[in-house]
Design a protein around this ligand. Sequence first.
Ligand code: SAH
Ligand code: SF4
Length: 350
Amino acid sequence: MEKIDIRSYDLAELESFLTSLSQPKFRTKQIFKWLHSGIEDFDQMTNIPKSLRDILKEKCYLANCKIVKKFVSQIDATVKYVYQLFDGEYIESVLMKYEHGYTVCISTQVGCRMGCSFCASGLWGLCRNLTPSEMLAQIMKAQTDNNIRVSNVVMMGMGEPLDNFDNSVKFLKLVSDDEGLNIGLRHISLSTSGVVSGIKKLAKYNFPITLSISLHAPFDDIRSDMMKVNKRWNIEELLNACREYQAVTTRRISFEYALISGVNDSNECADKLAKILKGIMCHVNLIPANPVKENSFEKPNLAKIHAFKERLIYNGINATVRRTLGADIDASCGQLRRKAKEVMLNDNTQ
Ligand code: SAH
Ligand code: SF4
């Protein structure tokens, strides 16, 4: 018998499951709270009778993240976790400290099928989707390991959240539940490489999250070379979906732009970018490309990065350069990878 992923249940699902076990209604909230408290064993549910804990153990499993490696940046105290899942697969998450609190960058898939040329996460394709409970567990583990409360979440680790649509949406509902982790949707960002069908579906939920679009180039030929997804949905289709999304949600959209020397950092690119974003309430996040050893992309020099930003601002577009965190531990955008095991074996930082 396949065990139930009880941590992925919402309150209504949990209630009907517990009712099927002839349990009283008040158990639902009690157990839901435990499931979102960071416990890793049913026996930690101290106010639940042993007989019920035994039934839960027999029928269900807890999707925990086991820390197999923890890298702490010597530069900025960013922490990168390599977690092992119940089936032996590895994922990575990053904990960052800002003035306003702690942010966790979570993975949404083991690997990624989108295959963007500059990113380490897609190097070995997609292995499997993460469950909502495995997304939650990444946050809970970071909280308990550091004895902190996480206030912000970015779905910007390994994987394409909109290629794992249902689980990502379920995660958003669970993580913001006030009986659970209670992290407000306004404190959550979801980043997509531009899965237009997913953006349209997501608009229907009208979540007050921040949608981040990994745009990276304003011309279709350059973008298609960098991102296969652009061959499926081009820039015009993507920006139309963004406009539709904004019309429904009224939320500002964030555009990610990884600056790669000689690829997408020209004045022409900056001017065209400003032109195509006109009319969309947005912010551009410039990310100097982070090194990935399997490719030869390099970030532009500081003067060029600054000039690109200034050109956007001059053209009326809000833009900032994202601070690189965890540079010494490969914890930055696009550096999280599925073959964490290989990285661990080659590593001597801890
Ligand atoms: N799959 C989603 C979310 C994860 S990637 C997406 O692509 O949006 C998180 C961000 O890191 C994306 O904006 C991605 O394009 C960017 N990124 C990937 N590789 C990078 C690299 N080598 N340098 C800088 N940013 C990178
Ligand atoms: Fe996947 Fe995002 Fe990396 Fe592209 S940038 S391969 S979509 S994780």
